[in-house]
Each structure stands twice: as C-alpha cells, then as structure tokens.
Design a binder for this molecule. Sequence first.
Ligand code: HEC
Ligand code: HEC
Length: 327
Amino acid sequence: MKSLVIALSLLMAGSDAHAQEAANPDAASAAKAQAAIKDLGQSLRGALVAKMQSEGPVAAVNFCHDEAPLIASQVAERHQVQIGRTAVRHRSPSNAPSEWQQAALAEFAAKVAEGAPAAGMTSSSTVDVNGESRFRFVQSIPTEAPCLACHGDTVAPPIKAEIDKHYPQDTATGFKEGDLRGMFWVEFPMTPAATPVSQNPPDQRAPIVMSEAQRVSLRLEMRGRMETLQGVMAALASGDWSEVAKRSEEGTRGQHRGVDFRSALPQEWFGMARPMHGEFAAIQHEAEGQKRVDVALQHLAKAGQYCTSCHATFRPVTPSESAVAQQ
Ligand code: HEC
Ligand code: HEC
C-alpha cells in the first residue's frame, strides 16, 4: 500500500488543548491505529458485500443505517480506541467531522488537488488534551466503482428513496471513482513506549538474591510442583487412590534437581514451604487410609494456598538485577 505520511499540525480550535507536530511518530501507536482501521474497513466491507449479494442495494442501505455504527463500536471495544469514518460531504449527521477532523480532511483534499491519489494517505499527530497525551491517526478513503451505487452521480430511484428516508440531509452523493470519499479516524491515549514496565502496579514482593543458575533450578522445582498439584487432582478425579498416594508423596519433600538454592532462601520461606509439604503428607495419609475425597480435597486446597501466598511474598532476583534496582 502506498503510504504518504504528512506531518500535520492539527488544530484544536475552541479548546485550550494544543497540538504538537509528531516529530517522532510513535511506531507502536501507528501500528495499533492501522490495525483498528483495517479491522473496521474489513468488517464494514464484509457486512456490506454480504447484504448487497443476498438482498440487494436497497436493503443494504437500511442495513448500513442499523449496522455501521454498531460495527464501529464493536471495533472500538476490540481495539480499545475511539474510531469512526467521517467526510466533508457525509450521509449520516453522526459522521460529521469535528474540528481537528475537518483540518485533516482539508489536508487530504489539498494533496488530491495537487495530484496525489486519494487512496492510502495517512497522517498522525500527538495532542495534549487536559494533560493527557493522545494519539490521532487518519487514513483516506477513496471512492471505488462499487460505492457509486449509493454515493455516485446517478443513484437508482429506489436506492435514492431509501437513502432519503433514513438520511434527509444526505450530501454524500455525486462522487466519481477515484475521488476522495472521506477518511477513517482513530484516537486513543498514548502509552509511553520506552517504559512499558511502569504501567504495571509496583511490585511489593520481597526480593531474594540468588544466582541465575539457582533461579533456573528453583523454577524447575516449581514446575514440578505444578505437575504434582495437577497429578493429585487428576488421580482424585479418577478415584485412583494408589496414584493419589504416589503423587502426593512428591509434594511432601524438596524436589530440586540441578544446583542447590536452599542456601539463598530466607527463614520465612520455610514457614510456607513446610506447611505445604504437611498438606501433601495429609493427602498421602488419607490415600493410604480412609480414602475420603472431601478430606483429601480440603488438604489440597490448603496446599494451594501456600503456593499462592509464597508467590505473593517473594521474588527471586539475580545479583545484577539487585545492583540495578539499588542504583
Ligand atoms: C448500499 C449502499 C452503500 C454502498 C454500496 C456504499 N455505502 Fe457508504 N454509506 C452508506 C450509508 C447508508 C452510510 C451511512 C452509515 C451510517 O449511518 O453511519 C454510508 C456512509 C459512508 C461513509 C461515512 C461518512 C458518511 O457519509 O456518513 C463513508 C466514508 C462511506 N460510506 C464510504 C463508502 C465507500 C468507500 C464505499 C464503497 C467501497 C461505500 N461507502 C459504499 C451506503 C452505502
Ligand atoms: C515457599 C515459596 C513457594 C511455594 C510454597 C511455592 N512456590 Fe512456586 N514459586 C515461588 C517463587 C519465588 C517463584 C518465582 C520464580 C522466579 O520467578 O524466578 C515460583 C514460581 C512458580 C512457577 C513458575 C515456574 C517458572 O518456570 O517460571 C510455578 C508454575 C509455580 N511456582 C508453581 C507452584 C505450585 C503449584 C506450588 C504449590 C504446590 C508452589 N509453586 C509453591 C515460590 C514458591
């Protein structure tokens, strides 16, 4: 696709928001905007073509009236953006351009007047609205041959009648193939691209300094714990008590393969690890004794609580990470 990026200074007349030129347009934001536009364009086109083919253009006008705004709001929700179509000569009053959109449409029209093709023009800008940095992106919409049935010079009388019924103030006819029909617009708050981590809530967990090798072997043990948990549940679900006994026994003891990391652990660690082992021991005891599913499940649920409490409490860090954090 031919893409002509115009550096636009979009004016926000009538408000104290000031526009800045997008000197360094955020590539991620532009990609997000383009993905949303692609989705909207394809969704509208797909729905329109299907309706035209199944019921003809008159029904399609009615369908556009009901469905176009709905499709736009679904796309907005999916991509977490504000999005729409607008044009100088528009059909629906709710597609009338806002002031910044008028400025963008005028820039596109000027380019077309200079001989640029109406297809594939885009521009972006970043504006400050009440202290929030917002990204705006627009993309031109050309008039294609199939659009003329509803937007061309001569619209067939039954279609015209249907349009007039829904849109008494329609001015979106008289277009020729290749004319600039209008544009897609997208707007959303900018996220600082350089520091995505800062978007996360602060990490309150206590760091435990350990070597990279120790950390790898801790994670290996943890994945084994997950397998134990899953194994006990599956065995309980299928009523296989000898398997319950075997799998819960794994949970009663340390399982580390690889390098020793116990030396790196604080005392509080064992305050959660030991009772977890105890719960697995109780399950093993039940499996070898009375075999009550509800009792075994209660111990399993308690064991799981020690998993989640410990995960909420500790965070392993390597010595280099801990040095960075202290700077
Ligand atoms: C079956 C008739 C029909 C066809 C064909 C059609 N449109 Fe539309 N168009 C409409 C209707 C109806 C609306 C108003 C939708 C609404 O209420 O939001 C509309 C709205 C638009 C808008 C939004 C701005 C405005 O005028 O309200 C654009 C842009 C647009 N059409 C472009 C196109 C393009 C480009 C094509 C061809 C690829 C096309 N249309 C084909 C009926 C049609
Ligand atoms: C006493 C503390 C503690 C207990 C108890 C504990 N974990 Fe962990 N677990 C951790 C820590 C700390 C990490 C983070 C390791 C890292 O990020 O380097 C972790 C990470 C994990 C991971 C991710 C492994 C990976 O490859 O990144 C899984 C899965 C896991 N734990 C499962 C469990 C299950 C299931 C249980 C209970 C049956 C459990 N853990 C009990 C401390 C604990």
